[in-house]
Design a protein around this ligand. Structure first.
Ligand SMILES: [Zn+2]
Length: 222
């Protein structure tokens, strides 16, 4: 049982990472028929949604693409920003999907932002309590506190999932309805976004498994 657990928490994220890298590598080399760079795709979708105030900038780092709701900036990694690829189109549209969520005050996004600072603190603090609780079996209550604190961080990761899936479905709607991608490109763009979503699913699954394992230790004591 322990070995299955160990294999799951190690292999699941590794496989997801491998899959996203491979899918991205493949479709970042496929030129999109629109000939639009990721930056142009992002700009067009933003403007179509009345988000002229949101800036699109180039960011350093491999797959460092993100949307910052505080600065209202869509940041795209160099290749996605400058090149016209199917992968870049999908990712640019996905990040704009987050900007649209922000504009519409999408419930899960708002909840996630409120939870973020709290989850950050509790996740860091939880391990101190968990370590003490695990080392000293007489201090099981410390483990209980640690688990409760850790659960906030896990909740944060769980809430990330609907936010990511929703941004991707918004992205697909936009690039299809605006005619940015056509025909078989639609399936390819979906593959890129699904692979990216799998990394979040894997990370969340690992976090949930870890939480369950600690809860089992906690309840099986005394
Ligand atoms: Zn995202």
């Amino acid at each position: 049982m322990f070995w299955i657990y160990l294999a799951a928490i190690i292999l699941l994220p590794l496989y997801a990472q491998f899959k996203v890298k491979r899918t991205y590598k493949k479709y970042s080399k496929v030129r999109s028929t629109s000939g639009m760079t990721g930056a142009e795709v992002a700009r067009l979708i933003l403007d179509q949604n009345g988000l002229q105030d949101v800036k699109v900038v180039e960011s350093q780092g491999y797959l460092s693409d993100h949307y910052n709701p505080l600065t209202k900036i869509v940041a795209l990694s160099t290749h996605n920003y400058r090149e016209a690829s199917v992968a870049g189109t999908a990712i640019a549209a996905h990040e704009v999907g987050h900007a649209i969520q922000d504009k519409e005050a999408y419930a899960f996004l708002r909840f996630r932002h409120r939870l973020a600072p709290v989850a950050n603190i509790t996740s860091n603090a939880s391990w101190v309590f968990i370590m003490i609780g695990l080392i000293f079996s007489s201090m099981n209550s410390m483990l209980g506190i640690g688990i409760a604190l850790l659960a906030v961080g896990v909740l944060f990761q769980v809430v990330t999932l609907p936010v990511e899936f929703n941004a991707s479905s918004r992205a697909m709607n936009e690039i299809v309805s605006l005619g940015i991608i056509r025909n078989e490109e639609e399936g390819h763009a979906k593959k890129v976004l699904s692979a990216a979503a799998m990394t979040y699913v894997a990370a969340t699954a690992v976090a949930v498994l870890e939480l369950v394992r600690l809860i089992l230790i906690f309840t099986n004591r005394d």
